[in-house]
Design a protein around this ligand. Structure first.
Ligand code: HXC
Length: 511
């Protein structure tokens, strides 16, 4: 056969992966193939595939008789909206996308290329896990992938799509990456499957209830986004990429500058009574560029909002209490959620804009036993460590340790703004009056009357932003309708911010 024809024939075999039948099965399960996923993600004609001719070299259990096209994973470089990204996409049609030595080597090669070129890495997972026939060579492969995920963390953004099974130790590559997108219904992530759980604990669980997209988006916090389909997952990847730089030496790309006339409705959004809830997302949408609010982990720890957005074209990361959910309280999960997002923003030169309205840390034994001290500490640590521009807006209640934790001046915020409705105090006026005026209230002829007088006295003194502003803990007090223009100016001013930190190998964040 002509050598050129021979190459074309080989290419066709590789392109077909596990063959027509298995591709059909993949489609019947509502999944795209590994190649279709890449084609959906990258700019047309931009994908440069490498290692398509890779072959495994295992001889155990008859593997020497078997050829797995591309060894079950497609790797290469493509562009998304003109920016290069490195990609691996596991091919379930080829031996279940299982990970053997050479499959792993393809992934580690593309990880190394991504690091050298300073471009994001997108990993699409759809795999039965370690290729059982290859034994310890498969474990070696996973270890090498995890190691590189860790080296790349904070250098290049790493985004994972889970588009099929991802079980056992294999989950730890996604878990080290920055964002995990799970496709609803078709994706699963768990350490031990239902059979093992049944054998060990007697508990009956389904794969879906154990590690489906909904569970990991709303309960465990392992995933950041839920996609309706493979196609939708690729759109989410593109959207994330549009907000972030390609590596830690670059700034995010600027969008277009936008003039917005405030309709003034934001001035009355915070209810007069400090116990009444309101939706912080309504506030944020009136401040950021229209249509740019993009929530991350929207279903997890909902008393805290983490989101990307643009303000006059500039990418920012938003960390905000949500008064509508548990009054915006800080708990174990919300602290973890915010801390991890802050560290991503700081690593990739994205300013942090905080909106504070929180009554404090959640009381109770489940929180104490679960280590709220340890988890809350992560939030303080992450804010203190971050050296990107940090601007905080206090909209209403900002009490106690939670006041300090939510991007206060004391943790290095560059600009702290407060609305006239802000209340900055050690605790709410009710609790405070009950403690400091306990004897006066008890000994008074009309304890209830005295209690309400004392509550009012405490509230008049501290339930406002002026004491904090008189000490310089708040830089200035603004009308809600002024927030957008002040943030735009603040971000301009902080554009040249340089903040040195003591040199060290790394801090010891309370994990
Ligand atoms: C070798 C595998 C494989 C694996 C699937 N296949 N997983 N081959 N190693 N891990 C093969 C199947 O034998 C089959 O080959 C083909 O891929 C398609 O798989 P099916 O079983 O037909 O697909 P489906 O019915 O959709 O089931 C998918 C599945 C199931 C649930 C993932 O294949 C499965 O349970 N696989 C084993 C999962 C597992 O135990 N993996 C090891 C986990 S431990 P043929 O030739 O018959 O068509 C692990 C440790 C990692 O991953 C440690 C890292 C630190």
């Amino acid at each position: 056969m002509d050598r050129n024809d021979d190459l074309l024939k080989r290419r066709e075999t590789i392109r077909l992966g596990g063959g027509e039948e298995r591709i059909k099965k993949q489609h019947e399960e509502g999944k795209l193939t590994a190649r279709e996923r890449i084609a959906t993600l990258v700019d047309e004609g931009s994908f440069f595939e490498v290692d398509d001719h890779i072959r495994h070299r295992s001889t155990y259990f008859g593997l020497d008789q078997k050829y797995f096209p591309a060894d079950g994973v497609i790797t290469g470089i493509g562009s998304v909206d003109g920016r290069e990204i490195a990609i691996f996409s596991q091919d379930f049609t080829v031996q279940g996308g299982s990970v053997g030595e050479m499959h792993a080597k393809k992934i580690t090669k593309i990880q190394d290329m991504a690091m050298k070129m300073g471009i994001p890495l997108v990993g699409i997972n759809d795999s039965g896990g370690a290729r059982i026939q290859e034994g310890v060579d498969s474990l070696y492969g996973y270890g090498e992938i995890f190691y590189r995920n860790t080296l790349a963390s904070g250098v290049i953004p790493q985004i994972t799509v889970i588009a099929g099974p991802c079980a056992g130790g294999a989950v730890y590559s996604p878990a080290i990456t920055d964002f995990v997108i799970m496709v609803d219904k078709t994706s699963k992530m768990f350490i031990t499957g239902p059979e093992v759980i049944k054998a060990v604990t007697g508990e009956d669980v389904t794969q879906e209830s154990l590690g489906g997209a909904e569970v990991h988006n709303s309960k465990s916090g392992v995933a950041h986004f839920i996609a309706k389909s493979d196609m939708d997952a690729m759109q989410i990847v593109k959207k994330i990429l549009s907000y972030i730089p390609s590596n830690n030496m670059e700034n995010p790309k600027m969008g277009s500058e936008i003039e917005i006339e405030s309709d003034g409705s934001i001035n009355s959004i915070v209810p007069q009574s400090s116990n009444k809830p309101y939706d912080m997302i309504d506030v944020l949408n009136r401040i950021v560029d229209p249509g740019t609010f993009f929530e991350v982990q929207a279903k997890f720890a909902r008393s805290m909002i983490t989101a990307f957005a643009r303000i006059n074209g500039r990418t920012v990361g938003i960390v905000a209490n949500q008064p509508k959910v548990l009054a915006g309280v800080l708990d174990i999960d919300s602290s973890d959620k915010a801390a991890r997002f802050i560290r991503f923003l700081d690593a990739f030169n994205i300013p942090i804009i905080t909106f504070a309205d929180t009554p404090g840390f959640l009381p109770g034994t489940p929180q104490e036993y679960g280590g709220i001290i340890r988890h809350g500490a992560k939030l303080l640590f992450a804010y203190s460590e971050a050296s990107v521009p940090k601007i905080t807006v206090i909209t209403r209640r900002d009490y106690g340790g939670a006041y300090i934790a939510m991007g206060s001046k004391h943790l290095g915020a560059d600009i702290v703004l407060a609305w006239p409705t802000a209340e900055i105090a050690v605790m709410g006026a009710d609790g405070a009056a009950n403690v400091i005026f306990r004897n006066e209230i008890k000994n008074s002829v009309d304890p209830e009357k005295t209690r309400s007088e004392k509550i009012k006295e405490y509230a008049d003194t501290f339930s406002n932003p002026y004491v904090a502003a008189s000490r310089g803990y708040v830089d200035t007090i603004i009308l809600p309708s002024e927030t957008r223009s002040v943030l735009i100016r603040g971000l301009e001013i902080l554009g040249s911010k340089v903040e040195g930190k003591p040199s060290k190998k790394h801090g010891n964040i309370p994990l």
